[in-house]
Write a protein that binds this ligand. Structure first.
Ligand SMILES: *Cc1c(COP(=O)(O)O)cnc(C)c1O
Length: 379
């Protein structure tokens, strides 16, 4: 049976993680690790469906976490692979626990480093690093730009305390978002110019995330040559921690048309919500793709789709189809594995979509089903 026919038979709304697509991404990332001689870590904030961690752990070096919960999840579910963590600020009680879990701990400021240094230095098995802000990025949307004016993320050169580096073995930067190796190449120039003198004293450098490595037009050769350049010039181990690139195009959200109405145009109300089930559609913002659709007015029947919440702006987008839609029809949204499952919520009492895994052999497995108790238990 056709993949999309399988998806349309599932109860909606549901996310479906596509194991075959995930594997395609992982194989590319594995080849970068091998050919560049670097380490690639899954940034769990983009995708932490841990049913796939055994598979992911076969291909890449490990994961990175944004705090104690993601670090714990990685340690529990990804066996003995590396667990790194970066947070803008750690709490004392979390830090004690992180010391038992993590291979690398990255600090966002010298004051955090000095606060935790004494405890940290009792753990020679852990590597400690600092996040720097090179004050260079090519991200246009401020909400996704760690280098915008007065950003709290990373230490600028002006605030870098070169006499406090004892015990620090690496530097970390994260200044990219859905970008190519050309952006990395230009960014590295600024990293070297500003922080090159400190890199000579380090063991490792972490390039952060935002590298669109598994997109078809990404220049993998350029990435590899940048990694090699930094490795050789400064004698560094290189880490890259993509989120998107691991799970890009590796999942679907299947939905049902609940009602069709009109107000100046055709409207469709679905059993899925932009605000609750794909919040990046509103936050980023972007227009997710629906299988079999085109941009508005390309095909004869155009609809604006929205969710069943009371938020007026809970609008997914405008789409055209070659046929008149029917109530009960299933729609399949693509690229819904990353930054969707991890960000969903139950605003308006919206039920959470179930999670299925579409195995490489074509079988679907129910991973999680949510109900009223999941809504109630958080309130
Ligand atoms: C968000 C983030 C990542 C992952 O970014 P992607 O855009 O998903 O690749 C990696 N590292 C840090 C510190 C981040 O904040």
């Amino acid at each position: 049976m056709d993949k999309f026919e399988i998806l349309k038979k599932l109860p909606t709304p549901c996310y479906v993680i596509d194991e075959e697509a995930l594997l395609r991404n992982l194989k590319i990332l594995q080849s970068v690790e091998k050919n560049a001689g670097c380490h690639i870590l899954l940034a769990q904030k983009a995708f932490s469906s841990y049913c796939t961690y055994p598979l992911i752990s076969e291909y890449i070096s490990g994961t990175t976490a944004s705090g104690i919960f993601e670090a714990k999840l990685a340690r529990e579910e990804m066996g003995n692979r590396q667990v790194h963590v970066f947070s803008p600020a750690y709490k004392d009680e979390d830090f004690d626990e992180l010391l038992k879990i993590c291979d690398h701990i990255v600090f966002n400021s010298f004051s955090q480093w000095k606060h935790f240094r004494q405890k940290a230095l009792q753990h020679p098995e852990i590597e400690f690093g600092l996040r720097i802000n090179p004050e260079y990025s090519e991200i246009e949307t401020d909400i996704y730009n760690p280098c915008f004016a007065n950003s709290r993320l990373g230490i600028t050169l002006e605030n870098f305390e070169e006499n406090e580096l004892d015990g620090i073995s690496g530097l970390h930067f994260h200044t990219m978002c859905e970008q190519g190796a050309e952006t990395l190449e230009r960014t590295i120039v600024h990293i070297e110019e500003k922080f090159g003198k400190y890199l000579h004293r380090m063991k490792w450098l972490n390039f952060g995330g935002g590298h669109h490595i598994t997109k078809p037009d990404y220049n993998v050769e350029k990435l590899i040559s940048i990694v090699r350049h930094m490795k050789e010039k400064y004698k560094l181990d290189i880490y890259i921690e993509p989120g998107e690139a691991v799970a890009i195009d590796a999942g679907f959200l299947v939905s049902t048309v609940l009602d069709l109405t009109k107000n100046g145009m055709n409207l469709g109300i679905l059993d899925t919500s932009a605000a609750c089930h794909m919040p990046d559609v509103l936050e980023m913002p972007y227009r997710p793709f629906i299988i079999g659709s085109e941009l508005p007015d390309i095909l004869p029947y155009t609809y604006r789709f929205g969710g069943p919440t009371c938020l007026a702006g809970d609008i997914i987008g405008d789409y055209s189809f070659d046929h008149k839609l029917a109530i009960g029809e299933k729609l399949i949204f693509t690229d819904m594995a990353m930054y969707s499952i991890v960000k969903n919520n139950t605003f308006n009492g919206m039920p959470l979509p179930s999670i299925y895994l579409l195995k490489a052999d074509g079988n679907t497995v129910l991973v999680k089903k949510f109900g009223y108790e999941d809504f109630k238990s958080r309130l």
